[in-house]
Ligand binder design. Structure first.
Ligand code: ATP
Ligand code: MG
Length: 566
């Protein structure tokens, strides 16, 4: 992937470490990373950070480098093929390619079972008959050591026999587990004989009923890395305390194809949203949002549907960099990257969300003309388009005020305003319905003000507004979004996070009128509705003749202001 959008070359502790490994000739210079999602939900922007890191390293350190996509599918009760498909689609959409290196931890179940047997043979694992509660209670605390299980010293033969019978399905769920035999007094609780296999009679999305026991994540993950000859296993900080167990397994299992090591970086947290799949699943299941791809969700599929570009997400991930301390990133930074990208690529267009009709009394009844409008001032090659204009127009209700406050430069009774790219108009009469709501403005236009001309001796016209020809306009639904939550860190509050949802996160506007060129709008193209923000066609609900647009982001960049102040 060409990385022309790269903000600036960066280095960080992970890249420094990989350079050092290469300089030392480790792994014959190879860099093999992996992105290991569990297929129990859709990917979110936090996962994008990990994807950009792992696949990004494979691009930067090539040609002796690659990144695997591995589904960590060791928990059959929560995993589904729907999630596998969406994850593959999202990684591809972000612009990354795993080539032939698509793997499933479930493909290693036989190998992992063999490695567990090997630990039993070496006296490094045992079958424990204690209940999960007893195991928890005897694990000890941060300040006191754990106590040995009465089953800790079973003979190798007995362990071998019991483990084989666990596989054969002889015992009930929870009746027995396999534990690594490490050190019940270790200061690191993860080393106090961690459970590495549990009995679970559940059908798996890929292996069906073949297994009635499943490996635990802490066992399956390092050994899957080793099976794939991963060199650098990068994960988030929560796993730092699991690193000694990772290393213990890599050291104590013989015959592994690779010798990976684990390093940790801070996960991405964003303001005004939640990022754990468990919470996102609740929002979906309890109907707070309209599915995983709801444009308010921080999921990759939600951001895509809202109109985010993969380029903006990649630039954002690069900008935030890698650190070793957890923090919350201002969502304005993500929006800033998005605006920068959309400003370059979006086609400009006119749209009126809440129309008031304007009648140009001195414009001939059945005449029409086409005004040349610039498609994208950032990209000369995109040219201009002819936008029709006639005697009747729509302008946005916001652009007219009967009794405006000082400093209001748009239309008012008796006042003048410029119609962008066309000419100035003056308002003579305000027509209202019985409720007092403005329904029509009677105006005249001034031919001498075409093409931005400012005839001498006329009062200066400060305001410029957008417009749509009423006779040519096409109707559309427009969805405006606000923050999904009302507080910056919904996770950090006492209430359940669902109580902090923003009731105004979605506004559906059914009255919009668009310039006719937008009849041909495509999902792939991004638009700037002049003065209103960036918009994208909704890929799910939009139909020809019944267009639906999502506002991707507004035009104003509060982050830029913050940066300027700093
Ligand atoms: P969640 O906490 O949202 O449920 P998870 O860690 O359970 O996520 P996995 O499918 O196991 O989800 O994650 C796949 C990879 O993505 C892991 O390597 C994980 O460390 C990384 N990852 C998950 N969330 C984030 C995040 N917020 N920031 C950076 N990396 C993340
Ligand atoms: Mg996980």
């Amino acid at each position: 992937m060409a990385d022309s959008e790269s903000p600036k070359p960066r280095t960080d502790f992970i890249r420094d470490m990989i350079h050092a490994d290469q300089a030392a000739g480790r792994n014959d210079g190879w860099v093999i990373t992996r992105f290991p999602p569990e297929p129990n939900g859709y990917l979110h922007i936090g996962h994008a950070k990990s994807i950009c890191l792992n696949f990004g390293l494979a691009e930067e350190f090539g040609p002796k480098a690659r990144c695997h996509l591995r589904f960590d599918d060791t928990n059959p009760t929560k995993e589904e093929t729907e999630y596998v498909d969406s994850i593959e689609q999202d990684v591809r959409w972000l612009g990354f390619d795993w080539g032939e290196h698509l793997y499933f931890a479930s493909d290693y179940f036989e190998a992992l079972y063999g490695y567990a047997m090997q630990l039993i043979e070496k006296g490094l694992a045992y079958v424990d008959d204690q209940t999960p509660e007893q195991i928890r209670e005897t694990r000890g605390t941060l300040t006191s050591p754990g106590t040995d299980s009465p089953f800790r010293n079973r003979s190798v033969e007995e362990n071998r026999d019991l483990f084989a019978r666990m596989r054969a399905g002889e015992f009930a769920n929870g009746a027995k587990v396999l534990r690594a035999k490490i050190d019940m007094a270790s200061p690191n609780i993860n080393l106090r004989d961690p459970v590495i296999y549990r009995i679970l009679k559940a059908a798996h999305h890929r292996t069906g009923d073949a297994w009635s026991l499943y490996p635990m994540y802490d066992f399956a993950h390092p050994l899957s890395d080793a099976i794939e000859s991963i060199t650098h296993s990068l994960c988030t900080l929560e796993f730092e305390h699991h690193r000694p167990l990772y290393e213990w397994l890599i050291q104590n299992v013989d015959g592994l194809p690779g010798q990976p090591y684990q390093r940790e970086f801070a996960r991405l947290n964003l303001t005004y949203t939640v990022m754990s799949k468990r919470k996102l699943l609740r929002l979906v299941k309890e109907g707070f949002v309209n599915g995983w791809d709801d444009p308010r969700m921080p999921t990759i599929s939600g951001l895509r549907r809202r109109g985010y570009t993969p380029e903006a997400i990649r630039v954002f991930c690069k900008t935030i960099g890698l650190t070793k301390f957890n923090a919350v990133t201002d969502v304005a930074l993500l929006e800033h990257a998005l605006r920068e990208d959309l400003n370059r690529r979006a086609l400009r267009a006119f749209a009126v969300l809440d129309p008031i009709k304007v009648v140009l009394e001195n414009y001939p009844e059945d005449a029409e003309e086409f005004i040349d409008c610039v498609n994208n001032p950032e990209d000369e090659a995109s040219g201009t388009r002819p936008v029709p204009l006639c005697r009747e127009l729509f302008i946005d209700r916001d652009d007219f005020m009967e009794e405006p406050p000082p400093g209001y430069h748009r239309l008012r009774p008796g006042g003048e305003v410029r119609l962008r790219y066309a000419f100035c108009i003056q308002c003579h009469e305000v027509i209202k319905d019985e409720s007092g709501r403005v329904t029509e403005l009677r105006c005249t236009y001034d031919d001498a003000t075409r093409h931005g001309k400012k005839p001498e001796g006329r009062p200066k016209v400060k305001g410029i507004i957008h417009w749509v020809s009423a006779r040519h306009a096409i109707p559309a639904e427009v969805r405006l979004y606000d923050r999904l939550f009302t507080v910056e860190q919904p996770d950090a509050m006492e209430q359940d996070f669902t109580e902090l949802l923003n009731p105004e996160s979605l506004t559906v506007v059914t009255t919009a009128q668009l310039e006719p060129s937008l009849a041909e709008a495509t999902v792939a193209q991004r638009y700037q509705f002049e003065r209103l923000g960036y918009f994208a066609v909704d890929a799910v609900d939009s139909k020809p003749g019944a267009l639906v647009f999502n506002r991707t982001v507004g035009l104003k960049d509060s982050w830029a202001k913050q940066m300027a102040k700093a």
